[in-house]
Ligand binder design. Structure first.
Ligand code: G6P
Length: 593
């Protein structure tokens, strides 16, 4: 939710800022802006509604070696030139990621003092507040801001009195400072500067930083100096989408993502022992996540219940955090988050900790905020995922549930079988990608549909929910996922000759049941597509399209079946003229409530 960057050093700041903002555009892309000291003490501030590419052309020729930038996902105030960041008041120009919950009262207090506001944003209130309290000591002003502001914020700030410094503050939104050779980089995500340095300082909540070309000085919320810890960043180099789009590229990275995730998990004996320890000392398992991560938890529940015969509760993190959940010190909460920055999931984890539960985090980002609250972190090795729609990360999350199940199960025979299947996953997913052209044809045929239903039973129902989320996210087509047995309890009323129903059939014991539901659809004139590894299903239903998956066992098959669903969403988006990487109204990393 909003990306911030900053640069100070020997390069032209504008070039790094534009490059960094392009990398962070997954965090928000309704407007962008930058502010750079011109070398004579003046700040040039340029901001625009629209993509970073529009800002790029508007800032050609902007000179200066110290500056900040922002790519926005609007929370307060419509996307417009004036509401774009940076915001300026007096000597202060700043960019903000997060939400200031008490901005209305701050604004009215400042307005009563005669201060003027130019925008509808919460962020402007910070600049005006700083200008109001500033007496020449920026750290003191920032300490006052930390005490005054409620909510979440990562800030990068320029102050006219210090043209060779960037000030940074962090509370609940991510902020990292990359340490280079006589240069420093500021970013919401180290991916923005990973090609320049792998040394970084990850700010903690309520910390203030004074960044110069020589490094960073850290202060606590009261303005006292703190020791600086430089860490090695974990993100691999950000690879641009040289082909169709990030979403497409990332679907094609699935075979490698699953290979690396499994290798990492099984190579680490300490981690495996830790898993056994944490799960065996608890007697309740709850899984939480948002969006695709939640859908992965639904699959995880099915895997745990099938393999381990252990009951599992799954909750949307946004619900869990406000419901006084029945958990205690005998509960293990498994929190799943690709980014590790989702505000609702982090809040759920904090709540779980406050109730004495153990927390296992499954995340794709090693230094992400959520890891700080975890008793154990299981790392998906999907590599940087940039497209808003999660694809490869979903498979690696499910894979980790399978891996965990293998170390917890005492049924050696089934463990051996699952491990063999896991080994075959890179190949299986690679083979499944061969359905690409067939899926593209389908999308061409059905891209004008106004509504698409996905159905399945058991594990396939969980997949149907993910298939439907993908389609909605990137094609804007109304879509719903149903347990196939439920169609007749209401949804069948929606089925007529305009309906398209896509059935996922990977669970042998319920395959016929889903096929029966398809007959009911066809009897009402609906179009029917089947995705299955079972050839026999072709004879059971005369469908409009049949996508044959490579054969695999029940627990692994969903990992292959999701690939055509992701490709379908991707091609539907393309056929409808939408950019699948930047769907309207969405952002990849939702760091606000
Ligand atoms: C956003 C993204 C979704 C993602 C969800 C959870 O809504 O658009 O694609 O599934 O956040 O993200 P997380 O990083 O916690 O997995």
């Amino acid at each position: 939710m909003c990306g911030i960057v900053g640069y100070i050093g020997k390069r032209r700041a504008r070039d790094y800022i534009i490059q960094g903002l392009k990398i962070l555009e997954y965090r928000g892309y309704d407007s962008a802006g930058l502010a750079v000291f011109d070398g004579c003490g003046k700040i040039n501030c340029i901001k625009r509604a629209g993509y970073v590419s529009q800002l790029e052309s508007a800032t050609i020729g902007t000179e200066g070696n110290c500056g900040i930038g922002h790519t926005r996902w609007a929370t307060h105030g419509a996307p417009s030139d004036v509401n774009s960041h940076p915001h300026t008041c007096g000597k202060f120009t700043l960019v903000h990621n997060g939400i200031i919950e008490n901005f209305v009262s701050i604004k009215s207090q400042l307005a009563n003092k005669g201060k003027r506001f130019l925008t509808q944003t919460d962020s402007e209130a910070i600049a005006v507040f700083l200008d109001d309290v500033y007496d020449g000591d920026v750290i003191k002003a920032l300490s006052a801001a930390l005490k005054k502001l409620k909510g979440s914020f990562a800030l990068a700030i320029l102050c006219k009195d210090f043209p060779d410094k960037i000030f940074v503050v962090k509370k609940q939104s991510p902020l990292v400072v990359g340490i280079g050779d006589a240069e420093c980089f500021v970013a919401s995500d180290c991916m923005a500067f990973s090609q320049y340095t792998d040394k970084a300082v990850y700010l903690k909540d309520n910390e203030i930083g004074e960044v110069s070309s020589q490094g960073i000085k850290l202060f606590d919320g009261n303005g006292n100096r703190k020791a600086v810890k430089i860490e090695k960043t974990a993100t691999e180099y950000f690879a641009p989408a040289d082909c169709k789009s990030f979403m497409y590229k990332e679907i094609y990275e699935i075979p490698k993502a699953v290979q690396y995730t499994a290798e990492e998990f099984f190579a680490n004996d300490e981690k495996k022992l830790g898993v056994v320890d944490i799960f065996s000392k608890n007697d309740k398992v709850v899984m939480i996540g948002c969006g695709t991560a939640y859908n992965a938890c639904l699959v995880g529940k099915n895997i745990f219940e099938t393999v381990l015969r252990v009951p599992v509760e799954v909750e949307l993190a946004s619900e869990f955090r406000y419901k006084n959940p029945i958990i205690d010190d005998k509960t293990v909460v498994v929190a799943v988050s690709q980014s590790g920055e989702t505000a609702d999931t982090i809040a759920g984890v904090r709540l779980a900790k406050s109730k004495g539960a153990d927390v296992v985090v499954i995340t794709n980002v090693a230094h992400s905020s959520i890891t700080r609250y975890a008793d154990m972190v299981l790392h998906t090795k999907a590599g940087a995922e940039v497209a808003v729609a999660a694809t490869k990360s979903y498979l690696t999350q499910i894979l980790l549930f399978l891996c965990v199940a293998t170390v917890l199960s005492d049924d050696l025979k089934s463990v051996a079988a699952i491990k063999k299947e896991i080994e075959s996953l890179p190949q299986l997913t690679q083979k499944t990608l061969a359905l690409d052209e067939q899926v593209h044809k389908l999308a061409k045929e059905f891209c004008k549909k106004q509504s698409v239903f996905f159905i399945g039973r058991g594990l396939d129902y969980a997949l149907a929910l993910e298939g439907t989320l993908k389609l909605k996210e990137v094609s804007y087509i109304h879509s719903e996922g149903f347990a196939s047995g439920e169609l007749k309890h209401g949804t069948l009323a929606l089925i007529d000759k305009n309906a398209l129903v896509i059935a996922v059939v990977t669970q042998r014991h319920v395959a016929e049941k889903t096929c029966n539901a398809l007959h009911e659809v066809q009897a009402r004139g609906g179009k029917v597509v089947i995705i299955t590894p079972f050839e026999k299903a072709k004879n059971d239903v005369e469908c409009d399209a049949f996508l044959q998956l490579p054969s695999s066992s029940g627990l692994i098959a969903p990992m292959s079946a999701i690939i055509p669903l992701q490709l379908f969403a991707y091609y539907m988006s393309i056929e409808r003229g939408i950019n699948p990487d930047k769907p309207r109204n969405l952002a990849k990393s939702v760091t606000v409530e």
